[in-house]
Ligand binder design. Structure first.
Ligand code: BG6
Ligand code: MG
Length: 215
């Protein structure tokens, strides 16, 4: 029986995925990388900032040192933070707050399990914090999805065994991480049919029957 739900943040609760893409695109342009496109950005979903940078640099002929890479990741993050500046609750995806409230009323424990180190800022700006019991994010982890670390930390913070948690994800790396952590998964977002999740829906408000997922 499922007693806790661990939600990915970017692309599941909030529409930050486009902002990540625009910030990476700006960096790629400045580095003279012309081929960075939405197909590459799809692989950046769910994975850490440094792993995302490697996907951008695949298109570059230049070899960067670790120190240069750290500076590039920071530069991208500054562009991303500029885009987050005016963020408010309008960035919360349609129906999310209602669904979180309903799941809470059913007695479920709710957590975020996100690769993002910006998760606390985003949760604060969007007013999502009061809907959640715990947050596990990029500030807690050393390994990137598809490693299950971020979800296992979330389960631990909820004081639940992994098999009693459901993971909600929009990325292939996240669905893989859920399975590696012995958790059932619900795939949502633009690629929900192709993620290989245990359950799938276009978005959270489109879940037809929570009862069958949670039993
Ligand atoms: C994930 C995003 O949630 O967070 C990735 O899907 C992103 O695209 C990752 O790279 C890390 O985010 P941040 O905010 O720490 O750079
Ligand atoms: Mg995501």
């Amino acid at each position: 029986m499922i007693r806790g739900i661990i939600f990915d943040l970017d692309g599941v609760l909030v529409s930050t995925d486009e902002m990540h893409y625009q910030a990476w695109k700006r960096l790629a342009r400045e580095l003279g990388i012309t081929g960075f496109a939405r197909e590459d950005n799809r692989r950046q979903r769910g994975v850490s900032r440094m792993a995302s940078l490697e996907i951008v640099l695949e298109k570059s002929d230049r070899i960067y040192t670790e120190a240069e890479k750290a500076a590039l990741a920071e530069r991208k993050n500054n562009y991303y933070l500029e885009l987050l500046e005016d963020m408010d609750d309008s960035a919360v995806l349609a129906g999310v707050k209602e669904v979180l409230r309903e799941l809470k009323e059913r007695g479920l424990l709710l957590a975020v399990g996100s690769a993002s180190k910006n998760a606390p800022v985003i949760l604060e700006k969007t007013g999502l914090l009061p809907y959640l019991d715990k947050v596990s994010c990029g500030l807690d982890t050393t390994k990137s999805k598809p490693d299950p670390e971020v979800f296992l930390i979330a389960a631990k913070k909820l004081s639940l065994p992994p098999e009693e948690c459901l993971v909600v994800e929009d990325s292939a790396a996240g669905i893989e991480a859920a399975a590696a952590g012995n958790m059932k998964s619900l795939g949502v977002g633009p690629f929900y049919e192709a993620l290989g999740a245990d359950y799938a829906a276009a978005d959270l408000k489109g879940v037809a029957c929570w009862d069958s997922i949670l039993r």
